[in-house]
Design a protein around this ligand. Structure first.
Ligand SMILES: Cc1cc2nc3c(=O)[nH]c(=O)nc-3n(C[C@H](O)[C@H](O)[C@H](O)COP(=O)(O)O)c2cc1C
Length: 167
């Protein structure tokens, strides 16, 4: 058995492949955001998702105070832009993505697979992070594209191994 330390836990979590998202908010008229994999559907009625954000991140304050945010689920073709976005200073990140707004005024990444525009419903702290539940009030779905995946410290695309789970 592996020793349970924060470092080992983080190493284990490197194997939890996940879709790459931009979580964003408009802060004093400026588009701000960060990459995140800790995004999950909560329920469809009412349409609700959650994001889990480190309390040291700018988005923690932005969502706590502004109570609106957008989740843009990235397309695998956006991997180079996602890398530039990740490495850029906060002020420069949205110079890399084309963006517009949908319902809340938060910046929505264009050409993402889907944008979920949400109003903050509730939140709770979990150690260093805070879980924010958002009620989705605006959405835009692309008609094609594949997910950008983060796994084992790098970006990857999807490879279909079995697409029919109906039986
Ligand atoms: C692929 C990827 C996924 C990430 N997922 C999360 C996440 O789910 N939650 C989180 O708080 N930080 C996550 N991070 C880290 C933040 O993106 C990073 O710390 C960011 O710089 C924080 O924003 P700030 O610099 O504006 O404070 C992730 C980073 C990468 C590269």
């Amino acid at each position: 058995m592996s020793e349970i330390t924060s470092e080992n836990f983080t190493n284990g979590m490197r194997h939890l492949a996940a879709a790459v998202n931009v979580i964003s908010a408009m802060v004093n008229g400026k588009p701000r955001g960060m990459l995140a994999t800790a995004v999950c559907s909560v329920c469809a009625a009412p349409p609700t998702l959650l994001v889990c954000i480190n309390q040291t991140a700018e988005m923690y304050t932005s969502i706590s105070e502004g109570k609106r945010f957008c989740v843009s689920v990235l397309n695998e073709q956006q991997h180079e832009t996602a890398t530039k976005f990740m490495k850029a200073d906060r002020d420069d990140r949205f110079n890399h993505f084309e963006w517009d707004t949908i319902a809340t005024g938060a910046p929505a990444v264009r050409h993402a697979l889907v944008n979920f525009d949400a109003e903050l419903d509730t939140s709770f702290d979990a150690g260093t992070h805070t879980v924010f539940l958002g009620r989705v009030i605006g959405m835009r779905i692309a008609d094609k594209g594949q997910s950008l995946i983060y796994n084992a410290g790098g970006f990857a695309g999807l490879r279909d191994v079995s697409s029919d789970l109906s039986n």
